[in-house]
Design a protein. Structure first.
Length: 220
């Protein structure tokens, strides 16, 4: 079994096992988001620089699809239909099945997630960016031109950490997101697709087929 399927402190935020968010993110329909990391200095040929595709429906369902990584021989797919969580490597057809012990059963998809990010910035989730901006950064900090587009920058500061969400005026959908620590840009994400009316597929949030799963016990 590849080490990538072992839940870490980082992946637990994605899996919904790291405690409840300030308010559960629950998109009304199926939201399909494609993002690409554009952090300065990132290797454009690395797996981190490849697009990732996320689907979310309500508070309990999500699906994260990553591109194949030829270096690690991992093609990651994570599917959540709380309390069930399936993490699969499509390259070797192995995976793990986890049952969320609760007491809450809300899947999470933090835009920025590492073990040093503050809880208030972890609350910025894919699919609920507009609600986060309305609650934390409703005023436009400045206007910035990116790739010829004049974008509104919404900025939230929490101690030494800062997050910026860049939106097209009047649309309310994110085009870029940035995370700063002590004034230094350490993480940047570009939104390539933000579809709030994606078509429904009954198999989207079920266990990926043809995978040999190992059961992973998680204590409450």
């Amino acid at each position: 079994m590849k080490s990538w399927v072992i839940p870490s402190a980082l992946s637990l935020v994605w899996l919904g096992l790291a405690g409840p968010a300030a308010a559960a993110c629950a998109p009304a329909g199926i939201v399909h988001i494609v993002t690409t990391e554009t952090t300065p200095g990132i290797d454009p040929q690395s797996s981190d620089a490849k697009p990732r595709s996320l689907f979310r429906e309500g508070a309990r369902r999500s699906r994260l699809e990553e591109q194949p990584d030829e270096t690690t021989k991992v093609h990651a797919l994570a599917v959540i239909d709380e309390p069930n969580i399936w993490m699969a490597n499509l390259a070797d057809r192995t995976g793990r099945h986890i049952v969320d012990p609760g007491p809450t059963f809300n899947t999470r998809a933090a835009v920025f997630s590492d073990d040093r990010i503050s809880p208030r910035i972890l609350d910025l989730e894919f699919g609920c960016e507009a609600a986060y901006v309305a609650a934390n950064a409703p005023k436009v900090d400045r206007t910035e031109t990116v790739d010829g587009l004049a974008l509104q920058v919404h900025r939230f500061v929490d101690g030494t950490e800062t997050v910026e969400i860049l939106e097209k005026p009047g649309v309310g959908e994110p085009l870029f997101a940035r995370y700063y620590r002590s004034g230094k840009l350490v993480w940047a994400i570009r939104y390539d697709l933000y579809d709030t009316d994606a078509p429904s597929d009954p198999a989207m949030f079920t266990a990926p087929a043809g995978i040999k799963y190992e059961e992973v016990p998680i204590k409450p």
